[in-house]
Structures are given as C-alpha cells and as structure tokens.
Design a binder for this molecule. Structure first.
Ligand code: NAD
Length: 362
C-alpha cells in the first residue's frame, strides 16, 4: 500500500500507525495541518474491510478537519483518528486506554473527540491515559457530546440552503430525506419536524428507524430507495462518498444539506450536482457545529450562548459561499475550498479572510 503517493495523502504533516496486541487495538492517527493550531478531530471506530479502507478514510477525514476548522474561524488544525473494529463488538476499556496511550505519543499535535462509533463515555476512558482529549466537559448541557451542536449547525445551514434555493425562510411542508438517523441525523430530524418539515428516513439499524418513525412521525424508506425519492432536500447523515455517479443520476432533489463528512465521492461530483441544478451545501462548512462546540470545551470556559452564537455564523458563511458560487460560476465546494485554503495557508490570509467575513456578515 502506498502512503506518501496515496491519492488522499494531500499534504499531510504526519500519519501514525499503532498496534497493541494485548487489547487488540489497531489504529491510525492522521495530522493534516497544524498552521492554525493543534489538530483536533474525532476518533472514529468502524469495521473497515481492510487497512487500505481505514487509511483512505482517516486521510480524507483529517484533511476535511483542516478545512472545517479554518472555515469555522477556529484556531485549530486538522486531524483525525480511526480505530479498526466494530464498536458494537470490539470496544473494550482496555482498547480505549491503549488508544489514549497512542494519542499521547503525539504530544498534543492531535487532540481527540467523539465521532461515529465513539461516545462521551469512551472519551473519559481515553482520558485516563492522555490529556489530549476533548468533548467531555460536564458543564455543557449534553455532557460534552458534540452531536447536538453538529445537528443544530446543520439545521442552520440547511435553512440557508432552502432560502437560497427557494427564496423561503420557513420549512413548513418541505420534504426532507435523511440518510442515517443516528446521533446527528435523529437530532436534525427532530429540529426539522419542529419546523414543520415532512421526513423520510433510512438507516441500517431498525431500532434507529423505529425511533424516528415513532417519535417524529417520519416515513421509513429502504437504504437504497433514499436516493430515488421525490423530495425537496436530501440530508446525508451517515457515511461519506454517497454522492457519486450512480446516486446523483437518481436524485430528484433541489438541494443537499447534511452532516456526513466527505459526501462527494470525487471533487468532480460537485460540478455534476451543479449541472443538475442541485444546490450542494459543502459538508465541512455545514457540519462544523460539533468542532465549534469542542473547541470551546477545549478552551476551558464553556458558555452555551457563546457557542450557539458561533454556530449561527454557519448560516452566514453558507449564504456567502452560495452567493460567491453564483457570481463566479464555480461550484459551492470549490468556493469553500478556496476560502478555507486562504485561511489556513498563511497567517495574513487567515486574518484577512476572517475580517472580511465578519464585516460582510455585519
Ligand atoms: P452515528 O454513527 O451516530 O450515526 C450514523 C447513522 O448512520 C447510524 O445510525 C448508522 O446506522 C447509519 N448508517 C450507516 N450506514 C448507513 C447506510 N449505508 N444507510 C443508512 N444509514 C446508515 O454518527 P453521527 O455522529 O450521527 O455522524 C453522522 C455523520 O456525520 C458521520 O459521517 C460523521 O462523520 C458526521 N459528523 C458527525 C459529527 C458529530 O458531532 N457527531 C460532526 C461532524 C460530522
């Protein structure tokens, strides 16, 4: 397997591999960029088919974190960790402690937090071995879990997409399909339901589907059927690479706005969406609520009102991205990348870009 010439390697500063025979831990930490600060990103646990799949995932996710934090105006770099294994079967305190030891070897260049397959409780166990862990402060009303903030941020960004696409500020009667009603997807579904949207959901776990159907009156659809629905907006909240040649040709929606990381299978799919007239809310812009929350937890002075205020700026940033894309004819994904790269590329550009955004938002 190639590393430095890996298609997703980009300009990673560091990629570390770790194996602990006693606990069975096999994990990778990728640090993409630390220009703006230490890299911070979740620790995902997933039953990857092979090491190559895990490496590809961690590289793509880590790079995404650099762009996400820069775009959200945070003094953080981008990194991510993956544990190879099934969180429902293979997760043990011993394995999580070994993960803490692994994180510690990086000396603070990488700070971990929750992601798919890991919980607040898991962060406490990891925290027994390293101080470089966030997302576990008791003061936040959700005990450190960033998912509610991610869901709220997606909701804010989704409303900006609806306003840009259809010129309306309410969501009453809007038909929304959600792929994955887990930590983020379910909370997003609840916010959408409260705003009057009509929900269509799928998941690979029946208990998650049942919860959305029973508690929110959502309509359950098949895992593959989600791409064929005649709905207004699609919110991917499960895994990445779900916007590809096959699925895009089937989508009938006018906009895509969801939490999943790395939704585009390849960069060129942003242009395919644009040609089809589908407005795409770049994933790392819309799903930054969680990292914003974790950032304030890491700062040590957690104030829910301040966090919410910062997350609300996702709406402004999103509108700006949409508008610039319209003006320049570029894809929304390309516009977002350009702004983020200006921000983490060098300090002058960072300050300039942030000032510009602030004044434009004012
Ligand atoms: P989660 O594991 O709680 O939820 C994901 C859900 O998707 C699960 O219920 C799972 O069963 C379902 N799922 C998986 N594959 C599926 C498929 N093929 N079809 C339908 N459903 C499927 O994870 P989460 O924390 O809700 O995160 C969801 C997505 O958002 C992930 O891509 C994650 O990286 C991203 N994200 C999460 C956060 C956060 O704060 N949790 C922050 C930023 C981005």
């Amino acid at each position: 397997m190639s590393i430095f010439s890996h298609p997703a390697y980009d300009k990673h500063e560091q990629v570390a591999f770790y194996q602990d025979a006693k606990s069975g831990l096999k994990a990778i930490i990728a640090v993409h960029n630390t220009n703006l600060g230490p890299s911070l990103g979740g620790c995902r646990m997933w039953p990857y088919a092979d090491d190559g799949e895990a490496l590809n995932d961690v590289l793509r996710l880590s790079r995404g974190m650099t762009y996400k934090s820069a775009m959200a105006g945070l003094k953080l770099g981008g990194g991510k960790a993956v544990i190879i294994g099934d969180p429902r079967k293979d997760k043990t305190p011993e394995l999580l402690r070994a993960m803490g030891d692994f994180i510690n070897t990086l000396g603070g260049r990488y700070i971990t937090a929750e992601d798919s397959g890991t919980s607040v409780e898991d962060m406490h166990v990891i925290g027994e071995r390293t101080k470089f862990v966030s997302g576990l402060i008791e003061e936040s009303e959700h005990g450190g879990d960033p998912s509610p903030s991610t869901a709220y941020g997606v909701f804010v960004g989704l409303k900006a997409a609806v306003e840009h696409r259809w010129g309306r500020t309410d969501l009453a009667g809007l038909k929304v399909s959600i792929q994955g009603v887990g930590n983020v997807g379910f909370r997003l579904a609840r916010l959408l339901k409260e705003a009057g949207a009509e929900l269509f959901v799928t998941d690979i776990f029946q208990d998650n589907i049942d919860r959305a159907v029973n508690e929110l009156g959502a309509t359950a659809v098949g895992a593959d059927e989600i791409f064929d629905l005649d709905v207004d907006l699609f919110a991917p909240c499960a895994m990445g690479a779900i916007l590809n040649d096959d699925t895009i040709s089937r989508l009938k929606v006018g906009a895509i706005a969801g939490a999943a990381n790395n939704q585009l299978a390849e960069e060129r799919h942003a242009a395919v969406l644009r040609e089809k007239g589908i407005l795409y809310a770049p994933d790392y812009v819309i799903n930054a609520g969680g990292i914003i929350d974790v950032y304030y937890q890491q700062q040590g002075d957690y104030n829910p009102a301040q966090v919410k205020e910062h997350i609300d700026t996702i709406g402004t940033t999103m509108k700006e991205v949409f508008q610039r894309a319209d003006e320049s004819g570029e894809t929304t994904a390309h516009v977002a990348d350009r702004v983020a790269e200006e921000r983490f590329g060098h300090e002058d550009a960072v300050n300039g870009a942030l000032k510009k955004t602030d004044s434009e938002a004012a």
